[in-house]
Write a protein that binds this ligand. Structure first.
Ligand code: NAD
Length: 539
């Protein structure tokens, strides 16, 4: 049997050739198929490959009775209804790595453009002027580059910066020392420590709740007034209003910006009147090579998925489907959320670098250890790695690549019902969180560290430790109530009367960081951690 593949949107010919030359595949290339016709024809295909132009809606997926794979030549899968694809067991495959070099190279293009006034130099000549006096530039050599986010792109930026003779310092609390040593760059212990040190600051993190606005007014003010700020990652990591204000008021010297909070950036915009910026319209990945790389990457992965059932590149969890998948859901959720809770507790103690993940499961879950460990890895990595990449198939590999030690074991028999225990370690600290995952019932968190609790992890879990004295629950309840936070469950646990107590408070919706400060200000509260669970769980 030949698999039928529909290629919509323009895909680089090298990628396409991989599909068309394979005798096991029959490829129809229709780059401009109207949506209605696509709906009509989709049930004839085993795979669809495209870029971002074709919307892969829930309706389209439901009509696609034969479809097994959706391939996206690029990173973002915003155009694919992921939840529907996953529920239908359709693998969604993207190509996240193909544009790394393109972004790293653009950074230096932009930086040199700004530092050597290339845009002004060019336009002055085009306007018939020979204006050398206005065009005195500065050099990269000897300057200090600060990289926030030493992942794929950050690492390539580091290598190129060293070749320019720059001094490179990186800040990434989720990457181990080993990686910094391998890249031959210095490690900054904190963002605050990095800022005053650098001539050029560049961010290469994903956009997450933690990184949104991470370079704001306060951070810009800590930079030298001669510093240059670059954002070629995602709009909003550098606060736009704060950046414009800093550029306007001599707080920083210049900026290179490729990504914006609202795109496309059109007409009148705040950067428009500034001379000391170099703006590009989100072209970080726009090179022939990157387009070729992503096309080849995705076409290889789509071919292997169809022909060999090889789904390691799948973004969703298409391998687990039907009844087996449904049964495992509560346990996967417990593993992921227990890991996220443990990570938040360690973070609360100032530990960001997770070095060990140990999963223990009750004997009835022994067969699913691998998937559960992946879910725990996803819980540790959510909001740390680029969104859209993390899933049960790749979470383990990402964790291992980051140097996290993984292990699994069985819990001694005697547990009542399916139980998952996730223990995270960083330095000498270790914290274990357990949960119960009754089949068909709702998952519960049953232990946090030494404390026995019983709460359902909803959108947000507030975890407090406090002195076991009267009145604390009332004060916490009032503080949350005043902030319009609706408590769904409040579980108070203690080890011994009058000692340390722990409260696990499950709440609906979002709890802002300001509330953490308020809770920490209450009498008898020792620590406060707020765990926001990922909106789209890898599970
Ligand atoms: P990656 O996942 O390989 O690396 C991201 C790094 O950020 C990780 O090492 C992670 O540990 C680190 N990080 C996460 N939270 C952090 C925090 N709070 N503080 C410091 N470091 C933190 O991702 P990547 O492929 O290198 O992509 C980096 C960014 O570039 C992403 O935002 C991506 O969307 C963007 N990007 C932009 C373009 C473009 O066209 N301009 C193209 C491709 C990628």
């Amino acid at each position: 049997m030949r698999f039928r593949v529909l290629v919509t949107d323009d895909i680089d010919p090298d990628g396409l050739a991989l599909l068309t030359s394979d005798p096991r595949l029959q490829v129809d290339e229709v780059p401009t198929l109207p949506a209605a016709e696509l709906l009509e024809q989709i049930d004839q295909y085993d795979a669809i490959v495209g870029r971002s132009a074709t919307r892969i809606s829930g309706e389209l997926l439901r009509r696609a009775t034969r479809l097994r794979v959706v391939g996206r030549a690029g990173v973002g899968v915003d155009n694919v209804d992921m939840a529907t694809a996953t529920s239908l067991g359709i693998a969604v495959i993207n190509a996240p790595a193909g544009n790394t070099i393109a972004v790293a190279e653009l950074l230096f293009g932009s930086l040199l453009g700004l530092m050597r006034h290339l845009v002004r130099a060019h336009s002055s000549l085009m306007e018939g002027r020979w204006d050398r006096a206005q065009l005195l530039g500065t050099e990269l050599k000897g300057r200090t580059l600060g990289i926030v986010g030493v992942g794929r792109i950050g690492s390539e930026v580091a290598a190129r910066a060293l070749a320019f003779g720059m001094d490179v310092v990186g800040y990434d609390p989720y990457v181990g020392d080993e990686r910094f040593r391998a890249l031959r760059i210095r490690r900054a212990p904190s963002l605050d420590a990095l800022l005053p040190d650098v001539d050029i600051l560049t961010v290469h993190t994903p956009l997450t709740p933690e990184t949104t606005g991470m370079i704001g007014r306060r951070e810009l003010a800590r930079l030298s007034p001669t510093a240059i700020v670059c954002n070629l990652a995602r709009g909003g990591i550098v606060d736009e209003a704060a950046l414009v204000h800093a550029l306007d008021n001599g707080i920083v010297r210049g900026a290179c910006v490729d990504v914006f909070t609202t795109e496309p950036l059109k007409g009148e915009h705040a950067f428009g009147r500034l001379q000391n910026v170099l703006l590009t319209p989100h072209i970080g990945a726009s090179t022939a090579e990157a387009q070729r790389n992503v096309a080849v990457d995705v076409c290889v992965a789509v071919r292997d998925a169809l022909v060999h059932g090889e789904l390691t590149r799948s973004l969703n969890v298409a391998t687990v489907s039907g009844a087996e998948w449904r049964e495992l859901q509560p346990a996967l959720l417990v593993a992921q959320r227990a890991a996220a809770i443990a990570r938040a507790m360690l973070l609360d103690q100032g530990i960001r670098l997770i070095q060990r993940i140990r999963l223990r499961v009750s004997p009835d879950l022994a067969g699913a250890q691998s998937a559960l460990l992946a879910a725990a890895c996803a819980g540790v990595l959510e909001n740390v790695v680029e969104e859209g990449r993390l899933n049960l198939i790749n979470a383990r590999a990402i964790a291992e690549a980051r140097g996290i030690e993984l292990s699994t074991a069985e819990l001694a028999d005697g547990t009542s019902g399916p139980t998952v225990d996730v223990s995270l370690g960083g330095g000498v600290r270790e914290i274990a969180v357990s949960g119960a995952a009754p089949a068909g019932g709702s998952p519960r968190i049953t232990r946090i560290g030494a404390f026995h609790v019983d709460v359902t992890p909803r959108q947000t879990l507030v975890i407090l430790t406090n002195n076991d004295v009267p009145g604390v629950i009332g004060r916490v309840g009032t503080a949350l109530g005043d902030a319009h936070v609706n408590i769904a469950e409040y579980h108070q646990a203690r080890l011994a009367q009058g000692g340390e107590a722990l409260a696990a408070i499950s709440v609906d919706g979002h709890v802002p960081d300001t509330i953490r400060e308020r809770l920490l200000g209450l009498q008898d509260i020792r620590t406060a951690a707020i765990v926001r669970f990922g909106v789209s769980d890898a599970a």
